[in-house]
Design a binder for this molecule. Structure first.
Ligand SMILES: [Zn+2]
Length: 351
């Protein structure tokens, strides 16, 4: 699969993009909005291929027919709005080596003015070979004010044969002066049932586990896969088992020494700690809502334990613990000492 068919659950944005291309009506700037991991980047890459593909049936039906005859472009024959994926240009774009497909990413936490200035120097020249040069600005909301204003000047007088694709989670995170110059394309979260079924089919995991991962994915199949590959379920079980042992008559399981050892272990996993703390939040949320809407819990595989513990904890206690996890996440985001933050959080949670 090399075309739009590999993007799951985004029929509407893909339909808008292919129609724009088919009508020769691609605007100077597009804004892809939606959660992380639902296909915005892949769509941008495939759209860049579609706009520049040498085997595109929309540009030349004769070329297309020849390619279909030799069997190499069967997919192209089925969907005329896909790039061929195998021509010289498609291959270059796929490998990230096409000189006219320019990608800007944050340098550290922000996109700096120097990056936009460098971009301006490049786009002042004509594209090298592309029919349509594509500038993809990832995490566009991280542009600092100077960078955003420099980009605004470019969007006010866009260069020929160039389309800008800004990618962000929320439109409101960008300057209104920038968003007003872009055509917004909204990407929607993938239905959870769909993610669950794909996990079961592709990864051969149980319905229960797939349901938990899907519920934690926020509609992103990429996120669900990342949780699976990072062994999130087992790490969640380890942490929940230590903080909320199955039998509350086993105080030794909750000994501070054991909790601190766990904190030491998890403090070595800085890249994965946020999703683990998200797991604790989902757990506390489940304990809170179980008595009102048991069908809406996330950790389906632990229903018996949730039923038992939701009766043992008051709403006030659970809300206070939820707040403690949120505070710890903010501290970690602000680069507080991970070990100390986890120590105090875990001790707080076992009380
Ligand atoms: Zn191609």
């Amino acid at each position: 699969m090399c075309g739009f068919e590999k993007i799951i659950g985004q029929t509407q944005p893909i339909s808008i993009l292919t129609t724009l291309h088919q009508n020769g009506n691609v605007p100077h700037a597009l804004l892809f909005i939606g959660n992380e991991g639902i296909g915005k980047h892949t769509t941008a890459d495939i759209f860049a291929m579609l706009c520049n593909c040498l085997g595109n049936v929309n540009d030349n039906l004769t070329v297309s027919k020849q390619k279909i005859t030799d069997g190499t472009h069967a997919t192209l024959a089925r969907n005329p709005y896909n790039p061929c994926g195998v021509c010289r240009v498609c291959r270059k774009i796929k490998s990230g080596s096409h000189p006219d497909i320019i990608r800007i990413k944050p340098s550290g936490q922000v996109i700096k003015i120097e990056q936009i200035r460098d971009l301006c120097l490049v786009i002042a020249l004509k594209p090298y070979t592309a029919k349509l040069r594509v500038v993809i600005i990832d995490n566009a909301q991280t542009m600092n004010p100077a960078a955003a204003n420099a980009l605004l000047k470019v969007l006010e007088e866009p260069p020929d044969r160039t389309v800008f694709i800004l990618i962000a989670e929320n439109r409101r995170d960008l300057l209104p002066t920038i968003t007003s110059r872009c055509q917004p394309i909204r990407f929607h979260p993938i239905p959870l049932q769909h993610i669950k079924e794909m996990l079961m089919i592709k990864k051969n995991i149980s319905s229960e586990k797939a349901a938990v991962l899907a519920a934690m994915s926020h509609g992103s199949f990429a996120k669900a896969m990342s949780l699976l590959e990072n062994d999130w379920l087992n790490r969640r079980n380890l942490l929940l088992g230590a903080i909320w042992p199955d039998s509350l008559n086993s105080p030794t399981l909750q000994s501070p020494a054991m909790i601190l050892a766990l904190s030491a272990r998890f403090s070595r996993e800085k890249n994965n700690i946020n999703e683990l703390l998200d797991g604790i939040k989902s757990w506390l949320r489940d304990l809170l809502i179980f008595r009102y809407c048991p069908e809406k819990i996330i950790n389906y595989d632990l229903t018996d334990k949730i039923r038992y513990l939701s009766e043992k904890n008051t709403i006030g206690t659970l809300l206070a613990k939820l707040e403690a996890v949120q505070t710890a996440q903010k501290k970690i985001q602000a680069n507080a000492n991970l070990r100390l933050t986890l120590d105090s959080l875990f001790i707080r949670l076992i009380r």
